[in-house]
Write a new protein. Structure first.
Length: 117
């Protein structure tokens, strides 16, 4: 009976260590996988980043509470190139001032530099 009890407690301790290890590993994977959330939007203090934040944050400020703009790293440049004409259309539909050529170039430079590879 004593041997059974010892084996039982040994199994319990082993299961507890395994559970802690798995929990720690999952927490680490979550933190690393959500790095964009914790690091913030890159280079919004650069000239191109300020244009991106100002013009894109005007509409997206409500849905992206912390920083007011979508994270450029969540899309590839090809995906951004599909989205930009839609944004131009929405800007016109909302009666906002259209992007100037220099604003458009700044936003494209910013997205090209930070888009997902």
């Amino acid at each position: 009976m004593v041997n059974i009890a010892k084996r039982f407690w040994k199994e319990i301790r082993s299961a507890q260590r395994t559970r802690r290890s798995i929990t720690g590993l999952l927490a680490l994977m979550w933190v690393v996988g959500c790095g964009g959330v914790f690091t913030g939007i890159p280079d919004l203090d650069t000239p191109d980043g300020r244009v991106f934040a100002q013009r894109c944050g005007g509409c997206h400020g409500q849905s992206f509470r912390d920083h007011g703009v979508p994270d450029p790293r969540f899309r590839t440049m090809a995906e951004w190139q599909e989205v930009l004409p839609k944004m131009d259309r929405l800007i016109r539909e909302r009666g906002l001032p259209p992007l100037t050529e220099s604003e458009r170039e700044a936003i494209i430079r910013y997205l090209s530099h930070h888009a997902k590879s």
